[in-house]
Design a protein around this ligand. Structure first.
Ligand code: NAD
Ligand code: DAU
Length: 351
């Protein structure tokens, strides 16, 4: 079966892993990567596959209705896998409007285009919206997020993702748009922008700079290796039930401070530094406003119904991640100059 798939946000962290997987596994599909190349988008993430004949890049903004309609006209997409978003919670706290525009309005523009271009025949079409576990809010010591957990977003980022999820479901019920949604926990791995906890800490340890830990470091996240997320997306894209939601998680909860201690040990070993040197860089800083205490996903539904489970153990994943960052210095150095330095100084030097 041949498909022409619009993947939005394919130059970002998760999107680039999704594109690589689809382009390599399905040579009979055409994969069109639409990305605005914001600070988080980087075509270097795809330099190993960008000359493959079933891959095409289009630069553009999901908020631009006329452009998106032209793109649907030009490529006659059979499917959409929508990842493009503003994705960093701290940036949503300092600049919430950008998140409303990209994550809510941008998703609306794509939904409207799919509805318009697929109106005469929705058979075999699919609009797959990639979302986050943060829409469910914050857990206490016990419990897990299931697909039935009531939405309770608490940051501008998670509120914008929750809104987009509601709109995607509304288009299923109101217009019978063939949609599916997944809500995933924290991803880590190669190509993640060094504003997020793990790559930021790797970069700081490498440069012997303080590792900023918000509050007491007791917040908990459920970490999933990015290639495991990409494999789940592949599966839900092909076999997920239309109208349904699937939670994806790593079954791998870590307190931030414990995770950073593991990372410090791996970094010491990889850099050949005496054991304990990286831990000395840990610095507790002012907490994130509205900092969600704990996220943890029950991924029983996708395991039972589609047979997915994560394949990469955390110790293995963190070692692979550290090695990738240490052997891709040019990738990192191209990012951590100019705009990144300004962001870093605004975000951390005021704390
Ligand atoms: P990212 O920030 O690394 O990448 C986002 C990409 O979207 C970038 O390439 C950027 O250029 C592009 N983009 C941003 N605004 C755009 C616009 N207006 N038009 C076109 N392209 C635009 O994000 P990520 O971490 O790869 O996350 C991808 C998706 O997965 C997001 O929807 C995010 O909410 C979701 N998600 C992320 C995680 C995680 O841990 N990173 C977990 C669960 C869900
Ligand atoms: O849960 C899924 C979400 O995970 C995704 O939807 C988001 O796009 C993604 O950014 C991520 O959100 P988090 O806020 O959990 O990720 P981040 O890496 O920013 O932070 C992880 C934890 O580490 C969180 O408790 C805040 C803390 N932290 C983060 C940074 C950047 C620190 O202690 N210090 C830091 O400098």
């Amino acid at each position: 079966m041949s498909k022409t798939i619009l993947v939005t946000g394919g130059a970002g962290f998760i999107g680039s892993h999704v594109i690589r997987r689809l382009v390599q596994r399905y040579p009979h599909y055409r994969i069109v990567n639409l990305d605005a190349l914001t600070y988080a988008g980087n075509l270097e993430n795809l330099s190993d596959i960008d000359d493959l004949p079933n891959y095409l890049f289009e630069k553009g903004d999901i908020r631009d209705e006329a452009f998106i309609e032209k793109l649907f006209e030009k490529h006659q997409f059979t499917d959409v896998i929508h990842l493009a978003a503003e994705s960093h919670v701290d940036r949503s706290i300092s600049n919430p409007l950008e998140f409303i525009q990209t994550n809510i309005v941008g998703t609306m523009v794509l939904l409207n285009a799919a509805r318009k271009f697929w109106a005469s025949n929705m058979d075999g079409k699919r609009f797959y919206h990639i979302s986050t576990d943060e829409v469910y809010g914050s857990l206490g010591e016990d419990g897990l997020f299931t697909e039935e957990t009531a939405y309770d977003p608490r940051s501008p980022y998670s509120a914008s993702k929750a809104s987009s999820d509601h709109l995607v479901r509304a288009y299923f019920h109101t217009y019978h748009l063939p949609v599916v949604i997944t809500n995933c926990s924290n991803n880590y791995g190669p190509n993640q922008f060094p504003e997020k906890l793990i790559p930021l800490s790797i970069n700081n340890i490498k440069n012997e700079k303080p590792i900023p830990i918000y509050g007491k470091g007791e917040n908990i996240r459920d970490w999933l290796y990015v290639e495991d997320h990409a494999s789940a997306i592949d599966l839900v894209f092909h076999e997920g039930k239309l109208g349904d939601t699937y939670n994806i998680g790593g079954n791998n909860e870590w307190k931030n401070i414990d995770l950073i201690r593991v990372l410090c040990r791996v970094m010491d070993a990889e850099l050949g530094r005496p054991e304990g040197s990286s831990e000395k860089l840990i610095t507790f800083v002012k907490d994130r406003a509205g900092h969600d205490m704990r996220y943890a996903i029950d991924s029983g539904k996708i395991q039972r119904e589609l047979g997915w489970s994560p394949s990469v153990q955390f110790e293995e994943g963190i070692e692979k991640t550290v090695r990738w960052y240490l052997s891709n210095e040019t990738w990192l150095n191209n990012i951590i100059s100019g705009a990144y330095e300004k962001y870093y100084s605004d975000q951390y030097h005021k704390r």
